[in-house]
Design a protein around this ligand. Structure first.
Ligand code: GTP
Ligand code: MG
Length: 210
């Protein structure tokens, strides 16, 4: 099973969510693998998402001991920008994206795939982050932040995903103290039971792996 972690923007908590899910699924007995198909701002290896994800997954899954950063991140670019800019003239090949994922899948029950930025980050002129989800036939976890503006950000991303299989959660981290007063009343008004990334991680893992 492929689970794609996306967010309303960059720096919202995709890597944080991915690490929580690796731990939770591993606790439940699954062999978990990780995949970061494209990473930009890739300079010091130890500071990359790919490094953090692989390190976390290796704690629990011996099958992936021999996988390297290059295996779990086939496209690495130095510039911290959208892939379409960072890649310069390098073509992003769907065959390569899929074959790299296949190699990981063979060693795992679940692959946690971390996107870059949000859903409409461009990869090629006519290919966006959201298209990777379709290419990988993945279920989606959409992570939103908890600060002012998160309602609008969440609705925009949910709209983009409306025909797809996704689960929504909030990373209660930014403006944590004011969230209950500033943002939560909206969810009460629309009768939506919000899942919170950290406290509801086991429910999130169960619902997304159904
Ligand atoms: P990009 O991959 O760069 O787009 O960011 P991201 O969406 O993966 O965000 P990331 O998980 O790296 O979180 C951004 C920063 O906030 C990191 O320094 C995290 O450690 C921190 N952070 C995010 N969520 C939490 C949280 O719930 N608790 C704590 N303690 N730190 C968090
Ligand atoms: Mg990240």
């Amino acid at each position: 099973m492929n689970i794609f972690i996306t967010a309303t923007n960059t720096n919202i908590g995709k890597t944080y969510a991915s690490k929580l899910l690796i731990k939770e699924f591993s606790k439940q007995g699954y062999k978990v693998g990780v995949y970061k198909p494209i990473e930009t701002g890739f300079n010091k290896i130890e500071e990359t998402d790919s490094f953090a994800l692989l390190k976390e997954a290796k704690k629990y899954n011996k099958n992936i001991n021999d996988l390297t950063i290059d295996d779990i991140c086939p496209y690495q670019f130095k510039l911290p920008s959208a892939p379409i800019v960072a890649k310069n003239n390098t073509p992003i090949l769907k065959e390569k994206l899929l074959s790299s994922l296949e190699k990981i899948k063979e060693l795992c029950d679940i692959v946690i795939i971390e996107g870059a930025g949000g859903l409409f980050v461009p990869i090629e002129k006519d290919f966006f982050m959201i298209d990777l989800i379709k290419l990988f036939q993945a279920k989606t976890l959409l992570v939103s932040h908890s600060g002012l503006g998160s309602i609008n950000d969440s609705i925009l991303s949910k709209n983009a995903l409306r025909d797809m299989d996704y689960l929504f959660c909030i990373n209660l981290f930014r403006e944590k103290e004011s969230f209950r007063e500033i943002t939560y009343p909206y969810y009460q008004a629309i009768n939506e039971d919000v899942l919170f990334l950290e406290e509801d991680i086991s429910a999130i893992a169960s619902k997304i792996s159904l």
